[in-house]
Ligand binder design. Structure first.
Ligand code: KG4
Ligand code: ZN
Length: 395
């Protein structure tokens, strides 16, 4: 089965074509095409992702990404069949809120025709709703053009699949499994009792950990996204022989639950800078010291709470996913701890290329749900900014 997957939940416009053979979870996957455009450079000057701008960029980039993915997959099928005017009208209606996109899609049809794709999978949430709608409306229009089904996929479920994908197959994880999903919008612990059960057992009560990385970076006058900037400086500081240690709090580390809080940690950095630097210059040395102290504190809390959740639910696998799981220190600390102290647990870390938002993960999550030939429950796909991962569970 060939899946076309679309991801536009935040600031990445991504389209992939993935061929899956065999039955999930023992399927074999071939990524035939994978095109991704990151809008980071466009949002950087605003210090974060600006939803209206993200939407506009998705509108202009999504069709070029589809063309690129189809070309990589060698799936261009020029056609001499003219599109009936009724179909053209249908596309215009489906893409009413994406100016110009229906016209481009109509001309695209002449060159690309109907490629042998079986199903379209699109992120329906969580994420920025204006951005999600572009992907959803485009997926619906393509579904209508090619007369194939469209299914909505949970972005967080996608991140879980990213972390257990080795490039051709899904790792045979042992259940129960615990997933720590850490990104710019989420910090969640998700219990998986089997492939179709997701239960949220812990989450942040305020900022997501990625958001805290980004906000601390801004305090240090570093560009967006802050995670990689902080990580690089923290590594430099850690390598120093007698580097200064700034004491920062570990919020909620000992509380009797699996929840997190990062806003107190962020505020502690703010006060530290106020008291020590004031209106003075933030030197590169201060940046390195603060980055290291912040990263250490955040990592310690993430690790302790994850192990707590693992113990509480008897998890045999621990899966890390989301943009922040690219963080080198977090990866090393989790890896070393599991290898030395917790040999009863298997740790799964995503390939660094798949830590950020991508569309391959949406295809992987889709194949776990969609069986060829099976009639899907007809469900209108709607952008859901706050869609919970537990909504991906099936009875
Ligand atoms: O999953 P993602 O690409 O998008 C969301 O769904 O939010 O995650 C983006 C977040 C940003 O907050 C970014 O600063 C953070 O991931 N991030 C990192 C690193 N790389 C990206 N945080 C810490 N260390 C990194 N190396
Ligand atoms: Zn994400």
């Amino acid at each position: 089965m060939i899946i076309l997957s679309i991801e536009t939940s935040c600031d990445e416009t991504a389209v992939s074509i993935v061929e899956a053979t065999g039955e999930f979870p023992n399927a074999h996957y071939t990524v035939l095409g994978d095109a991704l455009f990151s809008q980071i450079d466009i949002h950087r000057e605003y210090g974060g992702v600006f939803p209206a701008l993200a939407k506009r960029e998705h509108i202009v980039t999504i069709l070029p990404m589809l063309q690129k993915a189809l070309a990589q997959a060698n799936l261009t099928h020029p056609t001499s069949t003219a599109l009936p005017s009724q179909k053209k009208e249908e596309l215009q209606t489906l893409l009413l809120r994406e100016p110009g996109l229906a016209d481009s899609l109509i001309s695209f049809f002449d060159t690309y025709g109907i490629p042998p794709i079986d199903v379209i999978a699109v992120t329906e949430g969580p994420g920025l709703e204006p951005a999600l709608w572009v992907g959803i409306n485009f997926a619906k229009a393509l579904g209508s053009l090619w007369e194939i089904p469209v299914i909505g996929i949970n972005h967080m479920e996608g991140h879980i699949f990213s972390s257990i994908f080795d490039g051709t197959k899904i790792e045979p994880i042992a259940f129960p499994a615990m997933a720590l999903l850490i990104s710019g919008g989420h910090t969640e612990l998700v219990l998986m009792k089997n492939w179709s059960s997701y239960e949220l057992v812990g989450k942040t009560r305020d900022d997501a950990v990625g958001e805290a990385f980004d906000k601390v970076a801004r305090m240090l006058k570093l560009p967006y996204p802050g995670g990689p900037e902080i990580s690089r400086r923290a590594e430099l500081h850690r390598a120093k022989e007698n580097g200064k240690i700034i004491p920062l709090p570990r919020p909620m580390i000992d509380t009797n639950d699996c929840d997190f809080s990062f806003s107190g940690l962020k505020t502690a950095v703010l006060y530290y800078l106020k008291n020590t630097v004031g209106e003075g210059e933030i030197t590169e040395e201060i940046r390195e010291e603060v980055s290291c102290a912040f990263e250490d504190a955040a990592t310690e809390v993430l690790l302790k709470k994850s192990l707590r959740a693992v113990d509480l639910h008897g998890a045999q696998s621990l899966i890390l996913g989301g943009g922040v799981s690219a963080n080198k220190h977090i990866r090393t600390v989790f890896k070393n701890t599991i290898e030395t102290d917790r040999t009863d647990v298997t740790l799964y870390l995503p390939d660094p290329k798949l830590t950020t938002d991508n569309s391959v993960m949406i295809a992987l999550a889709a194949y776990a749900k969609y069986k060829p030939g099976e009639t899907l429950e007809k469900k209108e796909i709607v952008a859901q900014g706050n869609l919970s991962v537990s909504a991906g569970a099936r009875a």
